[in-house]
Design a protein around this ligand. Structure first.
Ligand code: NCD
Length: 302
């Protein structure tokens, strides 16, 4: 593995190797000097709380130097192309660039122009991929369910605009999850040619029945052009996860959400903060999953 752009190119063994490495880090702690002398640069063209901070912590806890590139004050605002920016940063001997961008394909574009010893990591591109979120979600589910084969996983919300859904679906199907069902308003469901084998529909009560895992997604208004959606209260009634709905799922059904959460819209506060919520565990696992990815790319024998 030289770049991490999408999970699509990773088979089950490769995904399991990263998850096992992340789990070992959680249990034994990271090797604090594994990346000493290496430099990781965060290049985020979209807002981020969890992903950027956890990449920074992951790199620092492994001993790397971290630079948070301020895209709002960089020469990209003066018209410098992204590829020229890449070559400029490479001349300063950056080992890995963690890239988030609103346009699909930007991390892949940079990987295509990167020098042989530069690693590009996709931290979310448009509604394309979010590979480390897919890995940390799989890690979180695997901690509770060693065997994923019998699970029913429901993903509910704005699936059409979600890079998280895309990476989760790839990770979970590759790891053998038995059943994945997609739910949300018609306008936010993926097109029929995407994941044709997966059940989909607008009836959330029906979808959650017997679910072992429910992954809730935010409405990503920033990626919408013209979709008409119900107001927040009506959305919550139809597609919000509240205690009544959660009770329809399997006992101890896991509740996941990549964040940021919009309380009272896609998830009720008592569910977000309740005993079945794994949302903060996802955040904790995110640091370990990102450490595992940085090691896999930069220092695989460490
Ligand atoms: C997600 C993202 O940016 O794709 N958040 C995250 O990385 N934790 C989901 C979202 O923004 O809704």
């Amino acid at each position: 593995m030289h770049h991490l752009i999408s999970l699509d190119k990773l088979d089950r063994a490769a995904i399991e190797a990263i998850l096992t490495r992340a789990q070992t880090i959680l249990e034994c702690g990271p090797k604090p000097d594994a990346l000493t002398g290496r430099t990781v640069l965060n290049l985020f063209f979209e807002p981020s709380t969890r992903t950027r901070t956890s990449f920074e912590l992951a790199a620092r806890r492994l001993g790397a130097t971290v630079v948070n590139f301020d895209t709002t004050r960089s020469s990209t605002c003066k018209g410098e192309s992204l590829v020229d920016t890449l070559h400029t940063l490479e001349a300063m001997q950056v080992d890995a660039l963690v890239v988030r961008h609103p346009d699909n394909g930007t991390p892949a574009l940079l990987a295509g122009h990167a020098a042989a010893d530069t690693h590009i990591i996709n931290a979310g591109d448009g509604n394309g991929d979010h590979p480390t979120q897919g890995l940390l979600d799989a890690l979180t589910i695997r901690q509770t369910h060693a065997d994923l084969g019998d699970l029913k996983v429901v993903i509910c919300g704005d699936i059409a605009h979600s890079r998280v859904a895309r990476s989760d679906i790839h990770a979970l199907t590759t790891l053998g999850v038995g059943e994945i069902e997609l739910c949300g308003p018609e306008a936010l469901l993926p097109s029929a040619d995407q994941w044709p084998a997966l059940a989909r529909g607008a009836d959330f009560d029906a979808a959650v029945a017997e679910a072992d895992v429910i992954i809730m997604l935010r409405i990503q208004a920033e990626r919408m052009a013209s979709e008409t959606l119900p107001d927040a209260a009506a959305y919550h009634r139809a597609w919000g996860l509240d205690a009544r709905r959660l009770a329809l799922a399997a006992p101890d059904c896991m509740v996941l959400h990549p964040g940021p959460i919009n309380r009272g819209v896609e998830i009720a506060p008592d569910v977000a903060d309740g005993p079945q919520s794994h949302i903060l565990k996802q955040v904790r696992n995110g640091v370990a999953a990102r450490m595992a990815c940085l090691l896999e790319l930069i220092q695989p024998n460490c």
